[in-house]
Design a protein around this ligand. Sequence first.
Ligand SMILES: NC(=O)c1ccc[n+]([C@@H]2O[C@H](COP(=O)([O-])OP(=O)(O)OC[C@H]3O[C@@H](n4cnc5c(N)ncnc54)[C@H](O)[C@@H]3O)[C@@H](O)[C@H]2O)c1
Ligand SMILES: [Zn+2]
Length: 366
Amino acid sequence: MTLYADPVRTVSVQLGNRSYAIKIAPGLLQKLGNECARLKLGRRCAIITDTNVGRRFARTACRSLAAAGFEPSLITVPAGETAKSLRSVEQCYDQLAAHRLERKSFIVALGGGVVGDLAGFVAATYLRGIPFVQVPTTLLAQVDSSVGGKTGVNLKAGKNLVGAFYQPRLVLCDLDTLKTLPEREFRAGLAEVIKYGIIYDAPLFARLERDLAGLLRRKPALLAAVVARCCEIKAEVVGQDETESGLRAILNFGHTIGHAIENSSGYGKFLHGEAIAIGQVVESRLSAGLTGLSDGDAGRILDLIKRAGLPYAIKLDAGRRKKLFAAMKLDKKVSDGQVKFVLARRIGKVVWGQPVPVPLIDRVLA
Ligand SMILES: NC(=O)c1ccc[n+]([C@@H]2O[C@H](COP(=O)([O-])OP(=O)(O)OC[C@H]3O[C@@H](n4cnc5c(N)ncnc54)[C@H](O)[C@@H]3O)[C@@H](O)[C@H]2O)c1
Ligand SMILES: [Zn+2]
């Protein structure tokens, strides 16, 4: 019997001399060292990870790097959103300096979106920028946060208020790492996957409707296909509009309401993906009223989100709705005091920059 190795899917992000590859396959963590060796980087490097991920995967990552001739050091931050702070940034700088990382040295971000955003920002700013490689280990990070170069940390005043656009040199999505991801985190990642179907790819949406059960069981072949397709979409969008002056805004479908829910309900109550699941349901209702989304399509979106085990509604009295509007106006995406939405015309096609009258939002939320 011949055993065939799983094929590696490669998606390229085309950004001129900052272009890079996203590789998707099981078992990539073991190949981290060899993959980095092809990038012609310095010998010294640092893995930034969190306690949950480090415990499971740091050893494999270190060994692979060392076997390829690198000298890795390990920086572990506490798991959770609080690690995305300027305090952690400073602690990382101190450790990089202690390990004498220099201009050609590089950082490996091993973890979910929190680690990726933090490590990316550290890489963007340490010595005015050193190379970094993303090894995302959550579904959300594999399909979304590790691709596209948005890095940053939170302030007390709000999420992601300090940051930089800084592209990684390589993204390695090891599908095996998803095996240990808690169920709730996995489903939250699916909310972003569903988003790609709505904003860009009706066949992907239909595939999710068909294959949801297998995906929830994390069937490797399905995961590989779906993660790769989402990365392709993100790469296409980012390749056309790196710094969000236009098209990239479509990635925010469900996020205007979603961010406001996260903000006004106190961080921690909903995972990001859960908040944007509700956001997508609300924004598809707004789309039905304003951009011609059919009731049929709005119903399919609601159904898929329900079947994925994601929250799809939120009960808000008038007071909490007021708080939510206040949060919406604080969002970075507001310009001239107008809250702009991404709205759907149909599944697979959205338009951005749509003003929505506050009374309509209020009615839909009530
Ligand atoms: N840069 C971007 O474009 C972008 C896009 C979307 C979201 N984000 C950011 O991403 C963050 C959310 O990312 P997230 O959802 O990956 O959260 P996360 O990084 O906090 O990971 C979720 C939890 O899963 C654990 N974990 C990670 N991988 C694991 C694995 N393989 N097995 C077991 N446990 C594992 C983590 O320790 C953590 O407890 C937010 O801060 C958000 O702002 C950034
Ligand atoms: Zn998101």
